[in-house]
Design a protein around this ligand. Structure first.
Ligand code: UD1
Ligand code: CA
Length: 419
């Protein structure tokens, strides 16, 4: 989105996490809250992103690195004060600025986009993202006039009893016209119950200047949920789980148990694949059509499964490229490996990919049969159509069509128990 900047507020303390870590670096599905907030802005099409950091800024900055620019808020004097710290990024620009919260991680990029579009279309100085809540306690309330136009936001602590009954709340997410915002920020005062510079007060100031302010009411209330404690962290993980699983089911994936299937971001799954309960599929995984995954499978980053692959119970795979029709049915660890088509990887097969210093690769050809309880000590290659006897510890390459037996012969001591 040209001429649009995002400011992500990420200076706050987050006391209720009861943690030594910044609230903002807590993760949902392996990704920090603040990183999610920034990525949502990026995915909406915004290129220039400013993070306002303060409390535990080193932690936040080590997560965001140079993907954003920074403004520093030394003292927490309110949301308006936070935005003032980013003023030098706004001055002299005439586009739009979207304000986001670092602790609101599952806002849809499409919602940000429509907020900006409405702002432009309706020529508003400020467009608020609002929601209708049955229980609006704790939020700023939206004050509309008789014609329905927005006049102000009143914080709960400053509201009259009558105003507290209003159910339309401020999400804390806004799109502003940059110059109108800068003008209003100059007039902010901390004359309120909390003695803070409220960003919300700019709405009233804009109205006094005869500028237009409006709102977009969010359709899905869960999008604007923030994280203040670990109970909300779990709640948002659940919301995201439902959202992701639903998308996959719409695409034709069968998920037997929505509640115990954890599919991280950026996973592709083909139609007619069945996912059994208690399965975890991490980011950047691609699974083909007609596969069968789980129960109790753990598919880690970087795996690519072709069609008709089976990854069964208590199987962990990592950076594994698995060819069509191959089965890894039970109790295996297959890491850093390439497996061809139509292989059978016996129960308890393990790639020994780590020697304490380095990770090494295991390459397995097509139509390979690996007997149960085999250790493949990497780096090692098994040729097409090879067989490996059960219980082998394979340390040397196995040629095509060969049978490898790498275990001690059995000795039977006749009559041993009769002596
Ligand atoms: C704010 C809004 C309120 C809205 C609510 C939605 C104001 C005055 N009120 O209230 O209308 O309903 O969000 O959640 O804006 N922050 C800073 N620096 C500060 C203060 C806050 O970076 O000096 C950050 C916080 O870390 C947080 C965000 O701004 O990410 C919101 O601050 P918070 O104090 O939670 O505002 P609320 O009182 O919840
Ligand atoms: Ca809040």
């Amino acid at each position: 989105m040209e001429n649009t900047i995002a400011i992500v507020m990420a200076a706050g303390k987050g006391t209720r996490m009861n943690s030594n870590k910044s609230k903002l670096v807590h993760q949902i599905y392996g990704k920090e809250l603040v990183k999610r907030a920034v990525e949502n802005a990026r995915k909406s099409g915004i290129e220039e992103i400013i993070a306002v950091v303060g409390y535990q800024k080193e932690q936040v900055q080590s997560v965001l690195g140079d993907t954003v620019q920074y403004a520093y808020q030394e003292q927490m004097l309110g949301t308006g004060h936070a935005i003032m710290q980013a003023k030098n990024y706004l001055e002299g620009k005439d586009g739009k600025v979207v304000v986001l919260n670092g602790d609101v991680p599952i806002l849809r990029p499409s919602t940000i986009k429509s907020l900006i579009e409405k702002n432009i279309e309706r020529k508003e100085a400020a467009t608020l993202l609002t929601a209708i809540y049955d229980n609006p306690n704790g939020y700023g309330r939206i004050i509309r006039n008789d014609g329905g136009n927005i006049e102000a936001i009143v914080e709960e602590k400053d509201a009259t009893n009558e105003q507290r009954k209003i159910q339309e709340i401020n999400s804390g997410i806004y799109c502003f016209d940059i110059q109108s915002l800068l003008n209003a920020l100059d007039k902010l005062t901390p004359n309120n119950v909390q003695g803070e510079y409220y960003l919300t007060d700019v709405i009233k100031l804009m109205n006094e200047d005869g500028l237009r302010t409006g709102a977009v009411i969010v359709e899905d209330n869960t999008e604007i949920l923030g994280v203040n404690d670990k109970i909300q962290l779990e709640l948002l993980t659940r919301v995201l789980r439902t959202r992701i699983n639903t998308e996959h089911m719409k695409n034709g994936v069968t998920i037997e148990d929505m509640n115990t299937t954890n599919i991280y971001d950026d996973v592709e799954i083909g139609a007619d694949t069945i996912i059994h309960p208690n399965t975890i599929i991490k980011s950047n995984v691609k699974i083909g059509e007609d596969c069968e995954i789980g129960p109790n499978a753990y598919i880690r980053e970087g795996c690519k499964l072709s069609n008709k692959v089976k990854v069964g119970s208590f199987v962990e795979i990592k950076k594994a490229i698995v060819g069509e029709g191959t089965k890894v049915p039970h109790l295996s660890y297959m890491g850093d490996c390439e497996i061809g088509t139509k292989c059978n990887i016996g129960c308890g097969t393990i790639t020994c990919n780590y020697d304490g210093l380095n990770k090494s690769k295991t390459i397995i050809g097509d139509n390979v049969f690996i007997g149960s309880n085999t250790n493949l000590v990497a780096p090692v290659t098994v040729g097409n159509n090879a067989f490996i006897a059960a219980g082998s510890t394979v340390t040397e390459d196995v040629p095509e069509n060969a049978l490898a037996i790498a275990r001690q012969r059995q000795i039977n001591k006749e009559g041993w128990n009769l002596q």
